[in-house]
Design a protein around this ligand. Structure first.
Ligand code: TNX
Length: 523
């Protein structure tokens, strides 16, 4: 790559030695892997004179309470290296191997950060929490050659380049939303997406579990929601649903990768699948047919019936018991056939039900008009830079989750020839997804009021894993970078090279992606 002002700026911001920037024009020195980590770390200093070789004798030393992280790392590296990589309880001061330690990290790393030191003798990751170690392991993966992520044994060498990283996130919450309602995706597809988002330190998977076209989670007290309400999808396919055991499997798998699942049941609109399943939920007592189109805003739970709140109490009770997260997402968007007074009356009955089951509400920012508790998290999905209700909530101390549709919606087309997706919020090329600042995006909403950022993937037009990946890559890592990396590292010229350096790993992992011409793709 060329030495642009941008890369030098990034180098300065990261405290990097500029001498490590090799010119690919002469291809003399390959660019240090420390400069290619996505999201960009807080600081990284490569030491080109050192490298730790992973060999058949390498041990992974782990603080016993972080064994799961050791297993995760070993699981990846055993497949590709063929080495045994035994997991061993960590001594106080390891002198060899790869060590994952819950001691000795500086206080700056906080609850999610880590420090990583790679020398000729060893690689040491230190954090204050298991989640911090998980983040460090994702960085270590990216420091290794792409073939380290291969599912089959490859030949080495397996050098971890020498260097030091100090890293922690800008925002506590970095999310990805997957709509499993418009099209149903099997458990394996969801787990694959979890693996993909975890690579970029995304720590929340928001699952959109119910909409007009399908109800995707078993509720034992209202069984037809899943068996009938889940029996189709957009286009009329067979749909599907997760049993409670399936859902718990997803939650546990996500947790093992440092990802918290936040389930969404959208209400009072986007509820045709529930209304079709139980006639008594309709004001007129008549169940509508199942719906397989893509219109929005035509359905509503019956606000005035008591059974509506019995139903919601049951759903929220069962879902709360399955969900370790303190948040449940209750949707609240596009309730176009619910009057404002009805909407407010409805939400005012739902907030106490959540509280009863020990949960805070997350919801699309529309629900602010019903005055939720300060602890509720509005998810801003608008396409403007100002929203009076969001600003007022932020001023009351409410934390805002940012998912502006014209920046973060992964279902928007990249350009007019993208075969999948929609364009109601515009086209979102990679640069558009990158070029905004979550800390100053909404008028009157300071950085301190931002909980984080999320990239939603609505699935009206998406049917397969390859479809999901084509829309998420490369924009999901782009939004992940905005959520994690310090504002000082934000630089398009540097980013387009760093993002492009991910492609060899995506190829090894079999991840489908949109090869945007804006990006400098590595071979
Ligand atoms: C708007 S974003 C919706 C969804 C659609 C999406 C398609 C939001 C809160 N509601 O119901 O799936 O647009 O892009």
């Amino acid at each position: 790559m060329r030495r642009t002002a941008g890369t030098l700026l990034l180098a300065a911001a990261l405290g990097l030695a500029v001498t490590t920037f090799g010119g690919s024009a002469t291809a003399a020195t390959p660019r240090s892997a420390y400069l290619n980590v996505v999201p960009a770390p807080v600081s990284a200093q490569p030491n080109a004179a050192a490298a730790y070789p992973i060999t058949a004798n390498t041990r992974i030393y782990v603080d016993p309470s972080a064994n799961q992280v050791g297993d995760y790392l070993a699981g990846i590296l055993r497949r590709s290296t063929g080495f045994p990589l035994p997991i061993t309880p960590a001594p106080a001061t390891p002198t060899d191997g790869i060590a994952l330690l819950l001691t000795g990290a500086g206080t700056q790393v906080g609850a999610q950060g880590y420090q990583l030191d790679a020398s000729t003798a060893k690689v040491v990751i230190r954090a204050q929490t298991v989640d911090g170690l998980r983040a460090g392991v994702q960085t270590l993966r990216q420091l290794l050659p792409a073939k380290a992520d291969s599912p089959t044994v490859q030949s080495g060498p397996w050098a971890v380049p020498g260097g030091h990283v100090l890293d922690y996130p800008r925002f506590a919450q970095r999310g990805a939303m997957l709509d499993v309602a418009r099209h149903f995706f099997p458990v394996g597809t969801v787990k694959r997406y979890i693996d993909e988002i975890a690579l970029y330190k995304v720590n929340v998977l928001h699952l959109h579990l119910a909409d007009d076209q399908g109800w995707r989670i078993e509720i034992k007290s209202w069984p037809k929601l899943a068996t009938y309400g889940g029996s189709t999808e957009v286009g009329g396919g067979p749909g599907g649903y997760y049993t409670q055991a399936d859902y718990q499997g997803i939650v546990a798998y996500a947790q093992s990768r440092g990802v918290t699942v936040i389930p969404e049941i959208d209400m009072p609109g986007h509820t045709n699948a529930a209304l079709a399943s139980y006639a008594e939920l309709n004001c007129n007592g008549v169940a509508p047919p199942l719906y397989t189109g893509t219109d929005v805003g035509f359905s509503s739970l019956c606000i005035s019936k008591d059974v509506t709140y019995t139903f919601l109490d049951d759903v929220i009770r069962e879902l709360s018991a399955l969900t370790p997260s303190p948040y449940l997402h209750i949707g609240g968007d596009e309730a176009k056939v619910t009057s404002d007074p009805d909407y407010i009356a409805f939400e005012q009955k739902v907030f106490p039900i959540l509280q009863k089951y020990g949960k805070h509400a997350e919801g699309w920012h529309d629900f602010l008009k019903a005055n939720p508790p300060t602890s509720a998290v509005p998810e801003f999905w608008g396409t403007t830079n100002s929203d009076a209700n969001v600003t007022a909530a932020a001023q009351r101390g409410t934390k805002i989750l940012l998912a502006p549709a014209n920046k973060t919606y992964l279902d928007m087309k990249y350009n007019s020839s993208t075969p999948l997706g929609q364009n109601w919020a515009g086209y979102i090329e990679v640069k558009t997804a990158f070029n905004w600042n979550p800390g100053s995006y909404l008028q009157g909403v300071p950085e301190s009021a931002i909980a984080g950022v999320e990239a939603p993937l609505w699935s009206e037009t998406l049917v397969t894993t390859r479809d999901i990946e084509y829309m998420a890559f490369p924009r999901l890592p782009t939004i992940a970078e905005l959520g994690w990396s310090p504002a000082a590292t934000h630089n398009w010229t540097a980013f387009r090279a760093r993002l492009g350096a991910q492609a060899p790993r995506w190829k090894v992992l079999g991840i489908n992606y949109y090869p945007s011409s804006q990006i400098v793709w590595a071979k």
